[in-house]
Design a protein around this ligand. Structure first.
Ligand code: UDP
Ligand code: MG
Length: 339
């Protein structure tokens, strides 16, 4: 049997931002928490009692200073009432209830705002993620990582999901330079500083490892158990893949160029402008030498390149003006200061 108490060392999670280095003895002194769970859910009422029971069992072997935030993302199947019942039995089970369905990213973002634990763990509410993995995730963080992402190594989902998912993970890995098999696993663990620094919005929950890495945090992967859905149905259709790629573009662009948008717009724009000018200068020379140019397709290409080039440069300059107004030093995450 796996002994959670022995394997999990809550005493000192390694050299990190001093404000986040919550020791368990300090936790008991000032009422701060060791572990926060953040669990987004949308119509998952059948799973909740079993989920809460398993969480309570597992965490009993880790710490008594925990909280589990269930974020009800606009359910209408009685999920909120089920959590209220669980809360009455154990006040460490907590509920945030949205007025309508905002999406998993919104639920995670609000959960992250409320989470107080030194370790923050996210998981799905549909019992596909096993709460029994929590101690393993914490142990992996204690090896010195800021974030650990689960990997559904043996996955129990329909093939319509697993194959596109493999492709999606491959492309995301290549584009972001992060070596993970499974970016979108619901089961993940973080040091608190990570979730307080990373901004999850829209449907960006798929890219938290990318966002974290780009903020300078270390990301590790851990193979975790996965189970077929017992109750209810999946909340994401095939459109997830299309939207997912658009979001990847956003993540890559905003992380690299937010501080210097002209570098990307200006580079492409200048190349196009110069190319267009070159073409049109050559055509002008021909025209001066008496050859007709109005019937040459190249003329239109030259004009197009120049126009688009100027537009891209202007867009870059506008973006620079916006960046200049919005920029503050709080954009930079500071690990330590010595003074
Ligand atoms: N979820 C949510 N809001 C949504 C969609 C999903 O909170 O708009 C929750 C859902 O209840 C589950 C988790 O996000 O706890 C993962 O969703 P799902 O199991 O449908 O995704 P899949 O496992 O099929 O990828
Ligand atoms: Mg699921």
């Amino acid at each position: 049997m796996y002994n959670a108490k022995r394997a999990v060392n809550l005493s000192r999670p390694g050299p990190i931002d001093p404000t986040t280095d919550l020791l368990s003895d300090r936790a008991s002194r000032d009422g701060a928490l060791d572990v926060s769970l953040v669990i987004p859910l949308y119509n998952e009422c059948e799973s909740l009692p079993e989920l809460a029971a398993r969480i309570t069992d597992v965490l009993a072997g880790v710490t008594e200073h925990w909280e589990a935030w269930f974020i009800d993302d606009g359910s209408d199947d009685g999920s909120a009432e089920a959590i209220e019942t669980l809360h009455r039995a154990d006040a460490r089970v907590k509920l945030i209830r949205f007025r309508r369905n905002y999406g998993k990213s919104a639920a995670l973002a609000v959960g992250f705002e409320h989470a107080q634990g030194a370790y923050v763990i996210t998981m799905d509410a549909d019992l596909q993620d096993a709460p029994e993995e929590i101690p393993h995730l914490i142990a992996k963080i204690d090896e010195g990582y800021d974030m650990v992402s689960g990997w559904k190594k043996k996955r129990y989902d329909p093939i319509s999901k697993t194959i596109p998912s493999k492709f999606f993970n491959f492309v995301t890995g290549k584009m972001s330079g992060i070596d993970l098999h499974d970016f979108n696993c619901g089961l993940k663990a973080y040091r608190r500083v990570v979730i307080k620094s990373v901004h999850v919005y829209g449907e960006m929950h798929r890219y938290i490892p990318v966002l974290a890495k780009q903020s300078g945090f270390t990301v590790a992967e851990l193979a975790v158990e996965h189970h077929p859905r017992k109750y209810g149905t999946t909340k994401f259709g095939l459109s997830r893949f299309f939207k997912g790629f658009l979001d990847l573009l956003t993540v890559m662009f905003t992380s690299r160029y937010t501080q210097r948008p002209l570098h990307v717009f200006g580079t492409i724009g200048t190349v196009m402008l110069l190319l267009g000018m070159g073409i049109n200068v050559a055509l002008t020379v021909e025209w001066i030498m008496g050859r007709p140019v109005s019937n040459r397709p190249l003329l239109f290409l030259g004009i197009l390149l120049m126009l688009v080039g100027i537009q891209l440069i202007s867009t870059g300059l506008l973006a620079e003006m916006i960046t200049k107004r919005e920029h503050t030093t709080t954009d930079y995450l500071i690990r330590d200061t010595l003074s």
